[in-house]
Design a protein around this ligand. Sequence first.
Ligand code: DAH
Length: 340
Amino acid sequence: MIEKINSLKEEIQNMVAGSAQEVEALRIKYLGKKGVITALFTDFKNLDGDSKRTLGKPLNELKTFVTEKIASLKEAAAQKPDDSVTSLDLSRTAAPMPLGTRHPLTIVRNEITAIFSRLGFTIAEGPEIEDDWHVFSALNFAEDHPARDMQDTFFISRNPDVLLRTHTSSVQTRVMERTQPPIRIICPGRVYRNEAISARAHCFFHQVEALYVDENVSFADLRQTLLYFAQEMFGPETKIRLRPSYFPFTEPSAEMDISCNLCGGKGCSFCKHTGWVEILGCGMVDPNVLDACGIDSKKYSGFALGMGVERITNLKYQVKDLRMFSENDKRFLEEFTSAH
Ligand code: DAH
């Protein structure tokens, strides 16, 4: 035991501690209930009388030694200034914190939703993982419509069909199923299509859908809403043109063009010398769709429209390659620092 006492004495002599926590850890190590020195005292009790006589004194001295050493370490730790404070140079200029920029698609989406909210539209959202009913069937898509093909739509499973929504029109379905008119919503969101990725197509992109259902909603309301939107978005000189088109869920359906915002309608390479660029699809909600969603088509009518956010962003900022939106290249993203 005497060797143990001597080696502990040396160990304690050399012990150091930087903080109050470290000192406390040392106290527990040596003097705690299960501490090294406490254990020695337990062993001591079982020694014979001779050994007790020779070892009692050094053992008690060891205990005093460690108690004093810990007390002095404790005092030193309490006086020592906190390192983190002394190394702080308050006179140094701060390293500039780089501020992130909003993504161009977010900027444009916010602009679109702000314009529609000025007309009383509120934002509605729906799931990206959808079922056949909300994306296709309720929206009057025929059984053999090509969008229902795996070539065009990402299916997660078949029977029951679980798929990634191909358009935000599915949010129309969900809102109409649970709300009676008047309905005036705008649905921004991400959509997915099974396309080869190129400068002009991607497997996901963003849309904003608008839906207005009430008594006596007419095509004139749709046209005026579109004109307001186009002029707010692209400037008061902007003209619009509606061309007949087809969508399963609207009747009649139209495609809206705006006068080319680059050449002002005179004709340039951007608008392929026509003076017009296509920006969205729209139409009067097909009565079949209203009925499928539990809205009385004899009483109510409505219009809907849907646009691609990437397309609008391209028109505003002339982004040539769709892939730039998802590559996370800071040089590209920083171009939009002053845009919001
Ligand atoms: N869902 C259509 C698409 O993805 C866009 C669209 C067109 C939405 C006409 C509409 C609409 O609500 O009325 O191409």
